[in-house]
Each structure stands twice: as structure tokens, then as C-alpha cells.
Design a protein around this ligand. Structure first.
Ligand code: SF4
Ligand code: SF4
Length: 62
């Protein structure tokens, strides 16, 4: 998953049903990563992002 162009609004973190998206500690609010062991590939974070910053990798879609 990539977050290129993220504005740090936090919507994707709040939306993810399994809390897979986490801020990267000490790197500012716009730095995010998604735990691959938790992400189900539901795509809700992609839908909710106001600036279309979230991109699922092909292997993450289910
Ligand atoms: S695809 Fe679904 S499970 Fe994965 S990070 Fe986004 S909202 Fe969470
Ligand atoms: S919803 Fe988009 S802009 Fe907001 S924190 Fe997530 S990736 Fe960044």
C-alpha cells in the first residue's frame, strides 16, 4: 500500500475496520504504513481518502 500525496487528515486510519493503518512514529502525521498482516484488502481506506492518496497494491486486493 502506498500513501503518496497524503495530507494527513486521518480519515483512513479511522475508517479501517481492522486498524491496519498506523502512523510512522516520529515522522509526522502524513507518514503512514499499513500492516500487511492485518489488512484484508477491503478498499475502504481508498474510498474514504479525500485526495486519492491511498493505493492498494495488486497483491493486497481481495
Ligand atoms: S484495505 Fe481495508 S483493511 Fe486494508 S488498510 Fe484499507 S481499510 Fe484497512
Ligand atoms: S485519508 Fe488520505 S489524506 Fe487522509 S490520512 Fe489517509 S491517506 Fe492521508
Amino acid at each position: 500500500m502506498s500513501f503518496d500525496g497524503c495530507q494527513g487528515c486521518g480519515a483512513c486510519l479511522l475508517t479501517c475496520p481492522v486498524h491496519a493503518i498506523r502512523p510512522v512514529a516520529g515522522d509526522g502525521p502524513a507518514a503512514l504504513y499499513a500492516r500487511p498482516d492485518l489488512c484484508t484488502g477491503c478498499g475502504e481506506c481508498v474510498e474514504v481518502c479525500p485526495v486519492d492518496a491511498v493505493t492498494l497494491l495488486a497483491r493486497e486486493r481481495r
